[in-house]
Write a protein that binds this ligand. Structure first.
Ligand SMILES: [Zn+2]
Length: 306
């Protein structure tokens, strides 16, 4: 009896795990269909042509590249700059790059190419000083202290107040205002709109997830408000093995942050204003997916021939 029960349990467990596996497979299939197909994008004809003609020269450094130069942050000879969309952002972005990160693999360059006026890329350990600006800057990075996008206004406002009061006052003494805000779970539209504008710059770390710790624990970034994006799933083709699929590539993280910021903080309707940030990303994603598909098809064909 005991034996039978354990067999039954085992079998039950097996079918459960099979079911889980099946579900995971279905999820993967849905995700792999094309999560980027409904974007509002400029014509990618220029990229199609460049893809057909192959690598070309960077007009600045002369290097042979595809689409853009990842060291000079400019499109290459066969991709005329006037055919690349320009995206206007609601705030400035600093990207801190790990020196060991392979430049050609980074998607941070996409942001610099598509919103050059708003984006700066720094190579660690050469990074700007943020200490004086910590009431208007946020580091987009997951961690035990990180808050959600919706909570940014509240936390920056708290910092601003403690700055106004000066160092003698204890910023952690809960004021009436803070209690009110906490109870209301955010503030009324006008107030939050005005507070929302205090965020002027967001910082992203561009590196493989294993290398980011060194940068994120740098004391120059330690005091900053940390914000975490939790709910988005990556479709990055270089997705790092063993990491959850909510670990985004840099350009995905920037894009999803801005979309959420637009609706939750600016309280404006999102109608694709930042979609062109994925101009290169979506094209390269599709290019790689097609290459994989045709490799699989070829594999099957050669199996049949055998
Ligand atoms: Zn170059």
């Amino acid at each position: 009896m005991a034996f039978n029960a354990s067999v039954f349990l085992q079998e039950n467990e097996e079918s459960n795990s099979q079911r889980m596996e099946k579900k995971q497979l279905q999820n993967n299939l849905v995700a792999s269909e094309d999560p980027l197909q409904n974007l509002c994008l400029a014509s990618q004809e220029v990229l199609q042509k460049a893809q057909q003609s192959g690598r070309s020269r960077c007009l600045k450094c002369g290097g042979s590249r595809m689409f853009y130069c990842y060291t000079c942050y400019v499109p290459i000879e066969n991709v005329p700059v006037e055919q690349i969309p320009l995206v206007k952002l609601p705030l400035k972005i600093d990207i801190i790059k790990h020196p060991n990160e392979t430049d050609g693999k980074s998607t941070a360059v996409h942001a610099k190419l598509l919103a050059p006026e708003f984006v700066n890329i720094y190579t660690y350990p050469c990074i700007p000083e943020y200490e004086e600006k910590d009431h208007e800057v946020a580091l987009i990075f997951p961690g035990p202290q990180s808050v959600s996008i919706k909570e940014i206004s509240f936390h920056l406002q708290k910092r601003m107040k403690s700055k106004d009061r000066g160092p003698k006052d204890d910023p952690d003494i809960p004021s009436l205002k803070r209690k009110k805000t906490e109870e209301q779970e955010g503030c009324d539209l006008n107030e939050s709109k005005c507070i929302g504008t205090t965020l002027k710059k967001i910082i992203f770390i561009d590196s493989t997830w294993n290398q980011t710790n060194k940068i994120s624990t740098d004391e120059r970034l330690q005091g900053l408000l940390q914000v975490e994006l939790k709910t988005r799933k990556t479709c990055f083709w270089r997705h790092q093995k063993g990491k959850p699929d909510t670990f985004l590539s840099t350009i995905e993280a920037i894009y999803y942050f801005l979309v959420d910021y637009h609706t939750n903080i600016l309280k404006e309707k999102y109608i694709g204003q930042y979609d062109n940030l994925l101009f290169f990303y979506s094209f390269m994603y599709r290019m790689i997916k097609n290459a994989k598909c045709s490799a699989v098809k070829k594999g099957k064909l050669s199996d049949k021939v055998k």
